[in-house]
Design a protein around this ligand. Structure first.
Ligand SMILES: Cc1cc2nc3c(=O)[nH]c(=O)nc-3n(C[C@H](O)[C@H](O)[C@H](O)COP(=O)(O)OP(=O)(O)OC[C@H]3O[C@@H](n4cnc5c(N)ncnc54)[C@H](O)[C@@H]3O)c2cc1C
Length: 511
């Protein structure tokens, strides 16, 4: 059953065994597991349900509809754009479909440093097998690379570096190229068309356009949630409540700590909202004057350079370099230069091949509670900036090896390289706030999982330490940044949490 907050009676009062806040990969997959196991489940989602037929491929309309703050959210200091989906399915509706199982090296690191013994590659493998079945994850055939990604492949191979095509959660994708505006063909196997329907087919209720404002707790137990039904203008039009035996918070790594901190929950570690990891990314562009690249056509993210990744190949730079395509409005916000300089750059749009740097950040920011909204404190620490510089050089090298006339960065000061000798120009550009375009697509880590209550926000089963029945299942429970695209890790850890809920709440006497 689906109830829309724009139409529901103010004062709506629901009750269930479990209420799940948020329907991204974490929330949707936990809801599906619990509903399948026979629990009554209510899923509450602040965003709308947007079917494929309403995905218009219009940037101005879809960004407003599917993203927080229309895609214009930034960190408090303006250092970083923060893209975060707001719809049934969360960011999985707007993401680029790249899938990585959590790399073994990362799982060993989490075992060693955070006591997460259960997260061995062997124990996680059957979980990933099952998740990949639901999401229809397949490796992209190199023959389906678009021109942009194929150029990146050529450069990588000429340099003898390790690179590969992505695994993707797609079914019958013919590469319309509008992934970030939602898929008009239901080819993207987002949580909205996989796990959410599994949950509802097993009896779960989906309440959309309803924002949870508070988790209610009493005597070491969560008792339910309360919040606002939202009108079409996203403004509150009435209240609702859901009473539940178990509360699962899955609002993503910004809104989960925001909601829990606003609710005043007890966190013995003091780390709730800390350890915000962002994979700060910036584009590096190759200019191919005689060739039409049209990076926005076809499958936008098809190929990546893994050579410099620590989690994949133990390389100290610790970055993935991924082929990307960007629609015009987004491109205009990241192209270098101002005024006439930027206009001139834009005329070359069709001849630009683009790669995005996915830097594994080591120095985290944090999320705290502002006046009615989360505040994201993030910037680029000097040590991370140093590795970003080395990553920029590697991406530029790949474009030059692929035959680009020059490679460009997204610094405010127009910076281009015709050969590797030009890399010294990077000595003169800034890496500080506002000096280059930085974008966060991946929010992680603000309710860290671990085995010690004084050092982690949630237990190895995702339970907040001070409560019997309050769980977190989303990217906020990552102990660190992953260094690879995170969605499969979210599904994987949420699966662990779902089993934890079934074990722990069964023994506590819930149905
Ligand atoms: C443009 C873009 C491209 C990406 N590309 C990739 C990719 O190719 N591969 C990859 O692995 N990852 C990618 N990601 C990241 C990936 O999609 C996320 O890591 C993943 O969706 C996170 O899942 P989650 O469950 O933590 O939360 P989210 O997906 O953020 O979902 C949280 C949901 O909770 C809802 N919510 C929050 N607070 C409340 C509240 N108080 N009340 C009710 N509802 C609430 C939100 O509206 C949202 O729908 C991309 C992300 C973006 C934005």
């Amino acid at each position: 059953m689906r109830i829309s907050g724009t139409e529901a009676q103010p004062g709506l009062a629901l009750a269930a065994d479990v209420v799940v806040v948020g329907t991204g990969p974490g929330g949707a997959s936990v809801a599906a597991k619990l509903a399948r196991a026979g629990r009554s489940v209510v899923m509450v989602e602040a965003g709308p349900h947007v079917p494929a037929s309403e995905m218009s491929q219009r940037e101005s309309e879809m960004m407003r509809k599917l993203y927080y703050e229309g895609g214009l959210r930034t960190s408090e200091n303006g250092a970083m754009g923060v893209l975060h989906g707001r719809a049934v399915g969360g960011s999985s509706v707007v993401n680029y479909l790249d899938c990585f199982r959590t790399p073994a090296r990362l799982l060993y690191d989490w075992q060693r440093r955070f006591g997460l013994d259960e997260l061995s590659p062997e124990r996680m493998a059957p979980r990933f097998d099952a998740i990949e079945e639901v999401l229809h994850v397949r490796k992209l055939d190199p023959g389906n690379l678009n021109k942009n990604n194929d150029k990146l492949r050529q450069g990588t191979e000429r340099l003898g570096w390790k690179g590969d095509t992505f695994h993707r959660n797609a079914y019958q994708c013919y590469g319309s190229g509008f992934c970030d505006l939602g898929c008009s063909y239901n080819a993207k196997q987002s949580a909205a068309i996989t796990y959410v329907p599994i949950a509802t087919q097993h009896g779960a209720t989906l309440l959309t356009e309803a924002r949870v404002d508070r988790v209610d707790t009493a005597a070491g137990r969560a008792t339910g949630v309360r919040g606002s039904l939202l009108g079409a203008d996203r403004q509150p039009r009435g209240e609702f409540t859901v009473k539940a035996d178990v509360v699962v918070v899955s609002g993503g790594a910004i809104h989960t700590p925001y909601l829990l901190l606003s609710s005043g929950v007890d966190d013995p570690s003091g780390q709730l909202g800390e350890n915000f990891y962002a994979h700060p990314g910036t584009p590096v562009v190759g200019y191919f004057p005689g060739e039409r690249i049209a990076n926005y056509e076809g499958i936008k993210q098809g190929y990546y350079i893994g050579e410099f990744s620590w989690v994949l190949h133990e390389h100290p730079i610790d970055v993935l370099i991924e082929g990307i395509g960007a629609p015009p409005a987004l491109t205009s916000t990241i192209l270098p230069g101002l005024g006439a300089e930027r206009q001139a750059e834009f005329r070359r749009y069709n001849h630009y091949a683009a790669a995005g740097l996915l830097l594994r950040d080591y120095v985290p920011g944090r999320v705290r509670v502002g006046k009615g909204r989360p505040i994201i404190e993030a910037s680029l620490a000097p040590s991370d900036a140093h590795r970003l510089r080395l990553s920029t050089e590697r991406a530029a090298e790949a474009w030059l090896a692929a035959g680009a006339a020059m490679a460009l960065t997204a610094h405010n000061k127009l910076t281009y390289f015709r050969s590797t000798r030009d890399f010294r120009k990077l000595d003169d550009v800034g890496w500080g706030i506002g000096e280059l375009a930085l974008v966060c697509f991946h929010q992680m880590g603000t309710a860290r999982m671990g085995s010690r209550r004084d050092r982690s926000v949630v237990s190895p089963t995702g339970r907040m330490w001070s409560y019997d029945n309050l769980y977190v299942a989303d990217a906020s429970i990552f102990p660190t940044s992953t260094g690879v695209n995170p969605q499969e890790t979210v599904y994987g850890l949420a699966d662990v949490v779902g089993d934890g809920i079934l074990d722990e709440t069964r023994s506590a006497g819930s149905p």
